[in-house]
Design a protein around this ligand. Structure first.
Ligand SMILES: Nc1nc2c(ncn2[C@@H]2O[C@H](COP(=O)(O)OP(=O)(O)OP(=O)(O)O)[C@@H](O)[C@H]2O)c(=O)[nH]1
Ligand SMILES: [Mg+2]
Length: 439
């Protein structure tokens, strides 16, 4: 089991701004408010796509921003809502908030969808602010900002392809040239003692996971040379790439090697004899390999009724490697059922945490002094300042009322604010007005 991990940025679209507008009709001198609300920003939604097996796509694209909502229009028309952005992820993807390390989603079923970053609400237009006391308000809201966060995607993967063969035939070398994995490579036997996994990008957008397994030897099925340990891993792979040393290094006979390994596989588990297999005839850069290959192919044809693909390659020069990858990928796609992801059942039970930043500290504020100035910090007020378009008398009035309702005014007064004292909230500065007749 191997965990592929990547961190990406998601942002929901901002809501469209509400607008200030008034009805203008013939013969109606004083039209009422007619500024419509802005549209909702798009959500960023993750959707499970069984066709995906890895997270490689996220290595290239790491920022996902949904579009913003349209502005409100006059004649009381609502701005259009933005479309959601759909991001496809492979089954088995766990989404973790990078800040809090909480699990946001656990995506397992085909088609399952979760909103990862919400789009902002549209701002209200001035029709919404009309009251008996102020029937023609010059007041509208900005659209709410879309939710943004960094999330870590985690995917537990099983190997699709297992590399098997005698020691030193070049399994690790092959994995190292087709993936970013860095397995140990050595001219001595059993260089590899635990499996290495790598994500292989085929080059046409498709990808799969390849495991470089420790070398097998005769008697492996009885446990010799940690055989059981290694064969257990082979059992879990969907196809086998059987690496054979065509140079016959150390006086080996490629065909005999191939037969022996197949016997070991079958003796360990009969099913392994039927597992789809491709032969990677490796070390073709060596002088004697060509001749050996011809003999090998002939013997394989005689020996088995199975149609075994023999692909000549050199992991050293990379000759034939691309072709081998395409063959493996095509074969994987033709396999009938989707691979079983063992851990899914267990993962599904895991609790999913959701958190709502907005729920916290809605009405809290703090006041501190900076020389002659008071600085008010409050999520709620700062949010409101962002929302409201502070360019009209009505907007300022609404803002002032909120400060009073929350008790900010009173607190400022207690701390010694008087007429003309400068108050700063967020990026907004204004003078304190004692006993204002505004409200
Ligand atoms: N000439 C040549 N040498 C190769 C090729 N592929 C691998 N080798 C060499 O073969 C030796 C063994 O390579 P490894 O990749 O470690 O072999 P392995 O199959 O992983 O071996 P174990 O982990 O011990 O089972 C190294 O010295 C490699 O440089 C090839 O295509 N051509
Ligand atoms: Mg190795």
């Amino acid at each position: 089991m191997f965990v592929d991990k990547t961190k990406i940025y998601v942002k929901g679209g901002d809501g469209g701004d509400g607008i200030v507008s008034f009805r203008r009709e013939k013969y109606v001198p004083m039209g009422g408010p007619a500024g419509g609300d802005g549209g909702r920003g798009g959500n960023v939604i993750f959707r499970v796509d069984e066709g995906l097996r890895t997270l490689v796509d996220f290595r290239y694209q790491k920022h996902f921003k949904a579009p913003r909502g349209d502005k409100g229009r006059n004649k009381s028309q609502h701005g259009a809502n933005a479309e959601d952005m759909i991001v496809r992820v492979p089954p088995g993807t766990v989404v973790v908030d990078d800040d809090t390390q909480e699990i946001i989603a656990d995506l397992t079923r085909q088609g399952q969808e979760v909103i990862i970053a919400k789009g902002g609400r549209g701002g209200r237009g001035n029709i919404r602010f009309a009251t008996a006391a102020n029937p023609a308000p010059e007041l509208a809201e900005h659209g709410e900002e879309g939710e943004e966060r960094w999330v870590v995607l985690e995917l537990k993967v099983m190997a699709d392809v297992g590399l098997v063969g005698f020691p030193s035939v070049g399994k690790s070398t092959l994995l190292s040239v087709v993936s970013s994995a860095k397995p140990k490579i050595g001219a001595y036997h059993f260089t590899t003692i635990t499996p290495n996994l790598g994500v292989v990008e085929v080059g046409d957008g498709r990808s799969f996971v390849m495991a470089d397994l420790p070398g097998l030897i005769e008697g492996a099925h009885t446990g010799i040379g940690l055989g059981h340990e290694f064969l257990r891993h082979v059992e879990r792979t969907r196809i086998i790439v059987h690496v054979v040393d065509m140079a016959g290094t150390e006086g080996r006979d490629p065909f005999e090697d191939w037969v022996k390994i197949n016997e070991e596989l079958e003796l360990y588990n009969e099913k392994l004899a039927e597992r789809p297999q491709i032969v990677a005839a490796n070390k073709m850069d060596m002088p004697e390999a060509e001749e050996q290959l011809a003999i090998f192919k002939e013997k394989v044809r005689d020996k088995t009724s199975r149609d075994i693909d023999v692909v000549p390659i050199s992991s050293l020069t990379k000759m034939g490697v691309q072709e081998l990858l395409y063959k493996a990928m095509d074969m994987l796609e033709q396999l009938p059922e989707a691979p079983e992801v063992e851990e899914v059942a267990e993962v599904e039970e895991r609790k999913i945490y959701r958190f709502d930043k907005k729920a916290q500290s809605q009405s809290e504020f703090t006041i501190r002094r900076e020389n002659e100035m008071f600085v008010v910090e409050s999520e709620a007020i700062e949010g409101m300042l962002k929302r409201l378009q502070m360019n009209s008398h009505d907007a300022i009035l609404k803002f002032a009322r909120t400060l009073r309702k929350m008790g900010v005014d009173e607190e400022l007064r207690k701390r010694g604010a008087t007429d003309g004292t400068i108050i700063r909230i967020g990026e907004f500065e204004f003078e304190f007005v004692e006993g204002s007749s505004y409200y």
